[in-house]
Design a protein around this ligand. Structure first.
Ligand code: THU
Length: 159
């Protein structure tokens, strides 16, 4: 028997340590939380995606009375980016969330498993790492690649 450990590199940045592009993307993700449709969870998530040419695309969670028919902010944003700009690689993704009181969270919200899988597909599709920024009021997690967020992932290499 053999045990292995998988670790992921993660940087925690303060607001003042963000580049101007990162700051802009964060502001877009924050703005997107206000366009969330979350009458059931009252949990508003915003995602902003920066494409290779600098274009920014945003998405927010869109809920449904038939709960599973709703979609997370991250997939709303990435699917829109890929369908509207199919030739543009995705460079960076920023996620922000507000709770039922309308306040930004003090711990970073990571993308759910299904969103990680969808994001991985985009990363593989363009062969370019997607940097992820997870906003919280106490710091911003910066992860270099979706692969880091989804170790032991399933991709086309198995097919
Ligand atoms: N949600 C997202 O949009 N992104 C995440 O990463 C986690 C969860 C949404 C789905 C649902 O509308 C609400 O947050 C509560 O789960």
């Amino acid at each position: 028997m053999k045990t292995i450990s998988i670790t992921i590199p993660l940087t925690i940045k303060e607001d003042c340590e963000l580049s101007s592009n990162e700051r802009l993307l964060l502001e877009e993700a924050q703005q997107a939380t206000f366009r969330s449709y979350a009458p059931y969870s009252h949990f508003s998530v915003g995602a902003a995606v920066e494409l290779a040419d600098g274009t920014i695309v945003t998405g927010s969670n869109q809920e449904n009375a038939a709960y599973p028919s709703g979609l997370c902010a991250e997939r709303t944003a990435i699917f829109y980016a890929n369908s509207r700009y199919p030739d543009q690689a995705v460079k960076r993704l920023c996620i922000a969330a507000r709770d039922t009181n309308g306040s930004y969270l003090d711990k970073p919200i990571p993308p759910c498993g299904a969103c990680r899988q969808a994001l991985l597909e985009t990363e593989c599709r363009f062969g370019k790492d997607i940097e992820v920024l997870l906003y919280s009021t106490k710091g911003i997690y910066s992860i270099k690649s979706i692969k880091d967020l989804l170790p032991l992932s399933f991709d086309k290499s198995f097919l």
